[in-house]
Write a protein that binds this ligand. Structure first.
Ligand code: SF4
Ligand code: SF4
Length: 452
């Protein structure tokens, strides 16, 4: 009887100490300190109660285990609505890539595209954009965190992507289409994509609203009219390293972003080339050379859910991923969207919006935007803040509770919060207790920079 009491106490304390150690490994010092404090308080209460009530240890032990097991059972029940993202197909409108800020910043004032855009398409943005163009580019001297050695990491990777992103379109197939069933094609593409390094590979049918109306990112095809001329889209994700992302808003997070855009572009080009070799039309959509809206595809294919911060939140790594896609005529089997409670969690969480230094994220309710009921974000003020910082900020991604690493403890929380509304509330409150309302890490990995 005594032994059961002692072993149970040790078991619970080891659980808390394990969480403390995991937190220190993840460089979450606050969470580690809180877990140690909880372990000490628990040890005091547990063994103190055994000392005060030595004849009641069996009752105490059974009550504690019953509470833990009953709690786990209740939290595992599919209770509460998960509020899937509401899309009204009749209101869905296509979006013009020429309105995306990254493309607008490419328009030099001496180009015909500049005149066309600010004279005919969007004169209202001219003053704002001209002002941004006068400021240093992200990473160049002048930004708060710009650094002559550190910023070159991500600047050089983005330059490298620019050199090869024209390979996204492997051209028309030379061979006749090979006979292949949708099932086999799907299995092969998923397997090959994962072998190439993708975390998840899923398929959806290409819809009008997935495709931009006009190309707007590169001067050479700027203004080209785009049509959804493929039947399917293959969407894939790649994980971003937790340590790098959690240095946000310092340049390791920007470097991680650039490197993962580069790696996922490789995957996209290989998949598109493979499909073309099979005799089917295919095109990759990678950084700097998109024709489709990858988050919309990723939602519909079930890579994840759209969060308040405007990024896709995946079940395993939250928003800590990069996305790319391949559109094709290869017959494929569609995957359904997923729903693990993100819409519900984001309703009360708001951590990204409350920590956004430029106020670019909505902390209120969703709005209907081109047929999708979602939280609005302001890409202009966000980008303006990037310029000010000299990095791509990424604080919203770093503070999101779903960004935690996939360690044992976080996987348990993910399991329960994906199923149960009460567990989501509990996870949110515990996130504040362990990680605070304003988590900041701002520490560069040792190899990255000598300055810390
Ligand atoms: S990247 Fe930074 S500025 Fe932009 S929305 Fe996220 S937190 Fe706000
Ligand atoms: S920080 Fe919170 S509100 Fe923002 S996307 Fe993540 S879960 Fe949603």
């Amino acid at each position: 009887m005594q032994l059961f009491f002692i072993l149970s106490g040790i078991f619970f304390i080891i659980g808390l100490l394990g969480f403390a150690v995991t937190s220190y490994i993840e460089r979450e010092r606050h969470a580690g300190h809180v877990a140690l404090l909880f372990a000490a308080i628990f040890a005091g209460i547990w063994f103190g109660s055994g000392y005060v009530f030595p004849t009641q240890t069996l009752l105490i032990t059974c009550t504690a285990w019953s509470a833990v097991l009953l709690g786990a059972f209740i939290l595992s029940l599919p209770i509460g609505k998960t509020h899937p993202l509401k899309i009204e197909p009749s209101l869905c409108e296509r979006y013009d890539e020429r309105d995306v800020i990254f493309g607008r910043m490419e328009l030099g004032s001496d180009t015909w595209q500049y005149k066309e855009y600010y004279s005919n398409l969007n004169p209202d943005m001219k003053k704002f954009d001209d002002h941004l163009r006068e400021l240093p580019s992200v990473g160049d001297p002048g930004g708060i965190h710009a650094h002559p050695l550190d910023s070159r990491y991500f600047q050089s990777v983005f330059k490298y992507i620019e050199k090869f992103n024209h390979l996204a379109d492997p051209g028309s197939p030379i061979n006749e289409p090979m006979e292949i069933t949708a099932e086999e094609a799907t299995n092969r593409i998923k397997g090959f994509g994962k072998y190439l390094g993708a975390l998840d590979v899923r398929m959806t049918r290409l819809k009008d609203y997935h495709v931009y109306t006009h190309a707007g990112r590169r001067l050479d095809d700027w203004g080209q009219k785009l049509e959804p001329d493929h039947k399917y889209a293959i969407v894939f994700s790649i994980e971003m390293e937790h340590e790098m992302v959690h240095s946000a808003p310092l340049s390791p997070s920007s470097t991680e972003s650039a490197v993962k855009y580069m790696k996922i572009a490789d995957i996209g080009i290989c998949l598109a080339t493979y499909i073309t070799e099979l005799g089917y039309k295919a095109r990759a959509h990678i950084d700097g050379n998109y024709q489709v809206i990858n988050p919309a595809l990723a939602h519909d294919a079930g890579i994840g859910e759209l969060g308040r911060l405007g990024l896709i939140i995946t079940p395993e790594h939250g928003p800590r991923v990069r996305l790319a896609a391949v559109t094709t005529d290869l017959p494929l089997i569609e995957d359904p969207p997923v729903n693990f409670g993100v819409q519900h969690f984001c309703q009360f969480c708001k951590k990204c919006a409350e920590n956004c230094p430029s106020g670019s994220l909505e902390s209120g309710n969703k709005k209907q935007i081109r047929g999708v009921f979602k939280w609005q974000s302001n890409m202009e003020t966000c980008y303006q803040h990037w310029v000010k910082l000299g990095t791509d900020c990424a604080i919203c991604m770093a503070v999101c509770p779903y960004s935690k690493p996939s360690s044992f403890y976080h996987s348990i929380v993910r399991f329960f919060s994906g199923r149960n509304a009460l567990a989501r509330r509990l996870a949110f409150y515990m996130d504040d207790v362990f990680y605070t309302k304003n988590p900041r890490h701002t520490r560069k990995p040792e190899w990255f920079s000598k300055e810390q």
